[in-house]
Write a protein that binds this ligand. Structure first.
Ligand SMILES: Nc1ncnc2c1ncn2[C@@H]1O[C@H](COP(=O)(O)OP(=O)(O)OP(=O)(O)O)[C@@H](O)[C@H]1O
Ligand SMILES: [Mg+2]
Length: 230
């Protein structure tokens, strides 16, 4: 069984990472693959009787064909919806790439899924602490990256800077998804055309603005052939 794992980053927080991750999981499942989505670090969680629960992690779990306990999907939770390193500092908890990579490695080791996704937090250079950013996790785990570009005014600059940083880190950019997060963005087609011409990686899909954002619907706009899942 060939096993594929991708790290999902975005141009920003609210770029559409979770929507596109859920869409990718649905698409891969429709191609006959078993799937698993992880959200190792989540800030912004609800207190439940079972412990803290994060909406992204729950969405990924619901969309995955392979089921594991919550703690294996989202081992590091912070209640407040704030930058992870600030949340960690406020709670006097340590957060670093070794720890995050260790959890991810553990889950991936037992994962029976053929198609695995690891959703980051925010964008490529989100800090884990002042001396390290989340990008280090993708680097340590040698995971190819899928970049979700949240299409809105200003996204071309964010996308190109992110691509530059990913490549400078020696990490493979497997592809990108353009996800229209602003219903009224002007010249959407021209923005997407620019991204396709200027990013040296395959475009895996252009997800338009959806009135009722839903991963199953968003999956219809993806084409994973460039990922060579087999
Ligand atoms: N194509 C779209 N059409 C309409 N709404 C969208 C679209 N893409 C994303 N959204 C909405 O934008 C918001 C942010 O999307 P999402 O949660 O996927 O972003 P994210 O990058 O995962 O954010 P975070 O950094 O918090 O993990 C959500 O409410 C989502 O439903
Ligand atoms: Mg998310």
């Amino acid at each position: 069984m060939a096993k594929h794992t991708f790290f999902i980053t975005g141009t920003d927080t609210d770029a559409g990472k979770t929507l596109c991750s859920v869409a990718l999981l649905h698409k891969a499942a429709a191609m006959g693959k078993s799937t698993l989505g992880l959200k190792p670090v989540a800030s912004g969680c609800e207190e439940t009787t079972e412990g803290l629960r994060n909406a992204d992690a729950l969405a990924l779990m619901a969309a995955s064909t392979v089921k594991y306990p919550y703690d294996m999907i989202n081992p590091i939770t912070f209640a407040e919806p704030i930058a992870p390193h600030i949340a960690a500092r406020k709670e006097a908890r340590s957060l670093n790439a070794d720890r995050v990579s260790g959890f991810v490695r553990g889950t991936l080791m037992v994962s029976k899924a053929e198609f695995n996704l690891v959703e980051g937090a925010g964008g490529w250079r989100v800090p884990l602490y002042l001396g390290q950013t989340y990008s280090e996790v993708a680097k340590q785990l040698k995971l190819p990256v899928i970049l979700v570009v949240g299409v809105k005014l200003g996204c071309i600059n964010h996308a190109l800077l992110t691509v530059e940083a990913i490549l400078r880190d020696g990490v493979k950019l497997a592809g990108f998804i353009a996800c229209q997060v602003d219903q009224n963005v002007a010249e959407c087609d021209a923005i997407v055309d620019t991204l396709q011409r200027m990013i040296a990686a395959p475009c895996l899909g252009v997800v338009p603005w959806l009135d009722n954002p839903d991963g199953t619907e968003a999956a219809n706009f993806l084409d994973l052939s460039a990922l060579e899942l087999g």
